[in-house]
Design a protein around this ligand. Structure first.
Ligand code: PEP
Ligand code: MN
Length: 337
């Protein structure tokens, strides 16, 4: 349930309510806004009735949370969640672009990609050091060496690093290097991993599962939030449909729907959704128009030589053109990029 405190409720009144909730074993999530305090309480409602709370001093109202996703829902938080990383904000007025190769392949490849995406206006560098490949015979990533290269690229360019963590074993190491931990589509419902990333102290980019409904996706976010980490960014990356012409089907409908039902930032990855670079710019623009807070775009200095996802990667030149076009769309929406 959600306990809304009166505007200007006293500290002591808030404390009393928290004490009461704790006594009955509720998990508490405080949202202390400028105007008022809202307490998200998750637990067994049969043990503590809302009327018992409603009569407490300082309480304005008590509301049940009807959706299964409690912390991720708008009922818990009216305003948008803004995630600050260094000097950038994800979920604010500025549309943030993370770009870079699918996999870190070499120092030369990564630094060239990093310099190019930085020059074009990206604020974050993406690149996998641990790659979840369909075939065990495909390139699996440079692992720790890849993480070191990402750190070097951050040092040289000032770009923040987004990189995938695949399991709990490597999580402490990946978290040392990453500014944002990416949970890939294949791991969206790896609940053990979700619980662990909740305590890793880094924002999480949670990609939509390959066949996940919006509710299942939000419940995955809920795992991370229930574990104490409210810094979750949702990433639509295409879902499996009957059509095989494109790699997946980009569900742009998810963007306005999510913006309505959750306060979490939503970004779009047209590269993995489509799988063909020719269509990426059009859908990146459509994503911005649909209300996305950011984009994830694969960029490779030489896509034909890429060890992973070359066909969907933009060249630095094409990425630069896209960024120029995106600025015009963002301006129309009174947003920055
Ligand atoms: C990736 O970002 O390179 C990736 C593997 O993404 P996804 O999990 O969406 O397939
Ligand atoms: Mn990829």
């Amino acid at each position: 349930m959600i306990v809304v405190m009166n505007q200007g409720a006293a500290e002591a009144e808030i404390k009393e309510v928290l004490k009461k909730l704790e006594k009955y074993g509720f998990q508490i999530h405080l949202s202390q806004g400028v105007e008022r305090t809202i307490i998200g309480a998750i637990g067994d409602k049969t043990r503590l009735k809302s009327d018992a709370l409603e009569v407490m001093p300082g309480v304005e109202k008590v509301m049940p949370i009807l959706q299964p996703y409690k912390l991720a829902g708008r009922a818990f938080k009216q305003g948008n969640t803004e995630i600050k990383i260094g000097n950038i904000t994800i979920g604010g007025n500025t549309i943030q672009v993370m770009a870079g190769p699918c996999a870190v392949e070499s120092r030369e490849q990564l630094l060239e990609a990093a310099r190019a995406v930085k020059a074009a206006g990206a604020t974050m560098l993406r690149g996998g050091a641990y790659k979840p490949r369909t075939s065990p015979y495909s390139f699996q990533g440079l692992e720790e060496e890849g993480l070191e290269l990402l750190a070097e690229a951050r040092e040289l360019t000032g770009l923040y690093i987004v990189t995938e963590v695949m399991d709990t074993k490597t999580l402490p190491l990946v978290a040392q290097y990453a500014d944002i931990l990416q949970i890939g589509t294949r791991n969206m419902q790896n609940f053990v991993l979700l619980k662990e990333v909740a305590t890793a102290g880094r924002p999480v980019l949670l990609k939509r599962g390959i066949s996940a409904t919006i509710e299942e996706w939000l419940m995955a976010a809920e795992y991370i939030m229930a574990g104490g980490n409210h810094q979750v960014i949702l990433c639509e990356r295409g879902i499996r449909s009957y059509d095989t012409y494109t790699r997946n089907t980009l569900d742009l409908t998810a963007v306005p729907v999510l913006k309505n039902i959750t306060h979490l930032p939503v970004i779009v990855d047209p590269s993995h959704a489509i799988g063909k670079w020719q269509y990426v710019p059009t859908m990146a623009k459509a994503a911005v128009v649909s209300g996305a807070d950011g984009l994830l775009i694969e960029v490779h200095p030489n896509p034909t030589e890429a060890l992973c996802d070359g066909p969907q990667s933009l060249t630095p030149e094409n990425f630069n053109t896209l960024m120029e076009d995106l600025r015009a769309f963002a301006a129309l929406l009174q947003r920055n990029i």
